[in-house]
Design a protein around this ligand. Structure first.
Ligand SMILES: [Zn+2]
Ligand SMILES: [Zn+2]
Length: 353
């Protein structure tokens, strides 16, 4: 398919421009996708605001779209199929990839861009091309705007699987942003209790609407006591930290029940450190671990879950901008990060549906 299309490139701090680039021809094992929507994630916000200075970057990894053309060797999707795509580079050959940890591929962020192209996932554009294995088909009835959240859903799928939450577990999720609320949605009805800790009253109310069994304000003086009341027993057996606040890590470790697991879902500010009494791990047998990104199996599960219609994703789509207003989209995302009921800014690349 010849022709050119518009792609947004983050060129510097608070600087983004639209470039004309040639529409790529998919190889035999690739799929050409017409992008429908792309949500603005924290990573792109950090590059745009200058926290990470990896310029230029063709940003946009929370993508939904429609298959335009599939290579001869691709059998699982056809033109017209609605899809989500994994934008992470997985070399398949490094030690981490070969141990099933392609989310930790050593080349994830150092893969060279195709010749003449700006590096990055490229979802802020009208077309993307991906390996067939990175493309996941959705049911035809799924709204493509909601499907743009496929990547964050896949990350939460991994987090929940890795924590091994069972029916008797009592779960505390710390942080009521979209990621914390997605944890609530994936766990509701699957554990003995799911409680969310969040200082913002609007977000606490949303958590209850989305199926949390209880909510708690982390700033209240008897926080640990209140959490234990809400989950019953000796405290939460699984705690997810879904907020980039160091104090949340301390709260998670101190409130976890003996034998409990603490899952670091969110990253913490670079260079930050915590002091922990190692006897916590000895005397209480608490496990502290973490999760980052996702592996293809998690994307496959996310596509199934989104297709089932069981997730409430629409409340996370706060505002929409056409691709031509990408600067306004990034500005709004950066300026409203973490505010009340403001969740994802979504860029609409095509005419939508
Ligand atoms: Zn993301
Ligand atoms: Zn690798």
């Amino acid at each position: 398919m010849a022709g050119e299309f518009w792609q947004a490139v983050i060129a510097g701090r608070r600087e983004v421009k639209l470039e004309r680039v040639p529409v790529p021809e998919p190889a035999d094992d690739e799929v050409l996708i017409k992008v429908a929507y792309c949500a603005v994630c924290t990573w792109e916000q950090r590059v745009y605001s200058g926290v990470f200075q990896t310029y230029p970057l063709a940003g946009g990894h929370e993508v939904s779209g429609v298959v335009q053309k599939a290579g001869a060797g691709v059998g699982h999707v056809r033109p017209g199929d609605k899809v989500i795509v994994s934008g992470l580079h997985r070399c398949g050959m490094c030690d981490n990839c070969r141990r099933g940890l392609s989310n930790l591929c050593v080349h994830a962020y150092s893969a060279p861009a195709p010749e003449g192209r700006v590096p990055g996932p490229g979802g802020f554009g009208e077309y993307i091309v991906r390996k067939g294995e990175d493309v996941f088909r959705l049911a035809g009835h799924v709204p493509l705007a909601e499907a743009a959240l496929g990547e964050p859903v896949a990350c939460v799928v991994r987090s929940v699987k890795k924590a091994g939450v069972g029916p008797g577990d009592r779960v505390l999720v710390i942080g009521g942003g979209m990621m914390g609320l997605l944890h609530v949605q994936l766990l509701r009805g699957r554990a003995a209790a799911v409680v969310l800790s969040e200082p913002d009253p609007d977000r606490r109310a949303i958590a209850l609407e989305m199926g949390a069994d209880g909510v708690v304000d982390p700033s209240e003086p008897h926080f640990a006591h209140r959490v234990k009341q809400l989950v019953a027993g000796a405290g939460p057996t699984v705690v997810f930290v879904a907020v980039s606040v160091l104090e949340a890590v301390h709260q998670a470790l101190s409130v976890a029940a003996p034998g409990g697991r603490v899952m670091m879902f969110a990253s913490q500010p670079r260079g930050s450190a915590i002091t922990v009494d190692p006897n916590l791990f000895h005397h209480k047998e608490v496990t502290l671990t973490g999760t980052v990104s996702q592996v293809p199996e998690d994307f496959h599960d996310a596509a199934a879950l989104i297709s089932s219609g069981k997730l409430d994703l629409a409340p996370f789509l706060t505002s929409f901008y056409p691709l031509t207003d990408i600067k306004a989209a990034l500005d709004e995302a950066v300026e409203n990060q973490g505010k009340g009921a403001h969740f994802r800014v979504v860029v609409q690349a095509g005419s939508g549906e």
